[in-house]
Design a protein around this ligand. Structure first.
Ligand code: CA
Length: 515
């Protein structure tokens, strides 16, 4: 149901994204009524809700419906000018074939570098920079999770107040570690995800490790060459301890040692190039691809020009726009890496007798997104216009600079968890709204509509809906986001998710079998 907006505009308005488009997106919060007349003389033939599509010309049966200048479907029957384009009126196009894609054929020229932008961060020994100073506690198996959660409550209450330069203590708990086919090829993904999250830049370079003892995911398997260093800093094995109280004390002692080290750290001025920003969308609507995602894309271009790393993800939301991205790849090898990730996911979905069309949600459809093609074209707007510099598989640590595709499922908690293998900041765009947040990295939430920002003023950090109402440009909101990211990264500002401590559970992607 549309939310009444104080900025409601009585003049019927639509947004046409590309001059080739034969549909527009309704801007008015209340939608438009039959007979409503737009400034260009278009008359609504029926009621069309906000963020849904209206035909700008008569469409013949079988005619392509164009949005973003691209085909989002074909009309199942004739659709007169001024009509509401609903899902049942469209046939969805097939996904672009992976063996016929352009490889690095439209590599964008390097834009001028953006210099002089900095933030205050915590520099780590490995060269990465933290935006927060957090003690991480890695767990090797779910069996220890409640014990670690109990210990974390006591650490927060009894130890943390003595270490004012440490922001938080966070347990990396998960459902993995035992009862899994740990030698299966798919097991590599959850294992490297846990390993790389344990070395997240916001953890000061080294986690504390809590193991059970008998689990399949032994600390040596998880950390291999890194284990000796971690042993020095503290590895607690529950099955070596004498009872629950002694176990908790052992975790507290190890935590106290690490907190004392972390407390000595101070923020130093770092170039914006040290940001590693993960992008994703959740609860998208038809405005996501008009307002917040293009604004995030603008900010992504600024970050890339400043030398930073920008991660975009969500394979099923890239699949239908992959032809645009392989053309933009820096080299043929990078384009082929992207195709490899798309093919792997096509096969993964096929094993489950599914395909990328399973992505769209009831909320997406209520918000005017008819199918995954339309959703994808809006989703990749987050990636801006920069050259695609590298591709990472699920859970791999990204070390490349520039725009990087980091493969993840589109589900919000899995995407965020996998991006935590690398990122020190997160941007989340939403149309329908989600109170999403992460414990390990600040999450900046950007709304697609002003109505959502007004409904949730204490959850949305930046309103991109101003673009649809004409009170701000994509560039204005892009710059606002870029500056907000530097403020949040520096700890000068908190995001709403940080203020309320909204921490979605880490959710590993495990395509391997369980036993
Ligand atoms: Ca998502």
């Amino acid at each position: 149901m549309p939310i009444k907006s104080s900025t409601a505009d009585p003049q019927p308005r639509y947004v046409q994204i590309s001059g080739q488009d034969n549909v527009g997106i309704i801007v008015n919060a209340e939608g438009v009524k039959p007979g409503a007349v737009f400034a260009d003389g278009l008359v609504a033939a029926e009621m069309v809700p906000q963020s849904h599509k209206i035909t700008l010309s008569d469409l013949a049966a079988g005619e392509a419906v164009l949005r973003y200048g691209a085909v989002i479907g074909h009309a199942k029957r004739a659709i007169p000018r001024g009509s509401w384009v609903r899902e049942e009126l469209l046939d969805m196009p097939a996904a672009p074939p992976l063996d016929e894609l352009p490889l690095a054929t439209a590599v964008p020229a390097a834009p001028p570098p953006l210099e002089g932008y900095t933030f205050e961060g915590y520099r780590n020994a490995d060269g990465t920079v933290g935006t927060r100073n957090i003690l991480g506690i890695t767990t090797t198996v779910q069996c220890v999770a409640p014990t670690v959660d109990y210990a974390v409550q006591r650490i927060r209450a009894e130890l943390l107040p003595r270490f004012p330069h440490v922001d938080d203590v966070v347990a990396i708990t998960h459902t993995y570690g035992c009862g899994v086919a740990i030698d299966a090829p798919g097991a590599a993904i959850p294992i490297r995800t846990i390993r790389n999250i344990s070395h997240n830049p916001n953890f000061g370079g080294a986690p504390l490790v809590v193991s059970l003892g008998c689990e399949k995911l032994q600390p040596a398997r998880l950390f291999s060459n890194d284990l000796p260093v971690l042993e020095e800093r503290g590895v607690v094995r529950l099955q070596d301890e004498m009872g629950f109280a002694a176990t908790v004390e052992a975790i507290l002692r190890a935590a106290e040692k690490r907190l004392a080290e972390l407390d000595k750290r101070r923020r130093v001025t770092c170039p914006a190039a040290d940001l590693i920003v993960g992008l994703q969308c959740g609860g998208s609507d038809a405005f996501s691809g008009v307002t917040c995602n293009p604004a995030v894309g603008f900010a992504a271009d600024l970050l890339v020009r400043a030398g930073a790393t920008v991660l975009f993800s969500e394979v099923t939301e890239v699949r239908d726009a992959v032809h645009l991205l392989t053309a933009r790849a820096a080299t043929k090898e990078v384009a082929l890496d992207l195709i490899r990730e798309m093919r792997w996911y096509d096969e993964y979905l096929a094993q489950g007798r599914s395909d990328r069309s399973a992505n769209t949600t009831p909320g997406n459809k209520r918000g005017g997104l008819n199918n995954i093609v339309e959703k994808s074209l809006g989703s990749v707007a987050k990636a801006g216009t920069s050259v695609l510099s590298a591709v990472a598989s699920h859970g791999e640590k990204v070390t490349a600079k520039g725009l990087v595709f980091a493969a993840t499922p589109a589900g919000d908690f899995m995407c965020g968890t996998l991006q935590l293998a690398s990122m020190n900041m997160h941007v989340f765009t939403t149309g329908e709204g989600s109170p999403y947040g992460l414990a390990l990295a600040p999450v900046v939430k950007v709304s697609s509509r002003t109505t959502l920002a007004e409904k949730w003023p204490d959850l949305i950090d930046l309103d991109a809906g101003r673009i649809a109402t004409g009170t701000a440009t994509i560039g204005d909101v892009g710059w606002d986001l870029f500056r907000l990211l530097l403020d949040v990264a520096s700890g000068r500002k908190q995001t709403w998710a940080e203020k309320w401590k909204l921490h979605n559970a880490l959710t590993l992607f495990n395509p391997g079998p369980v036993t």
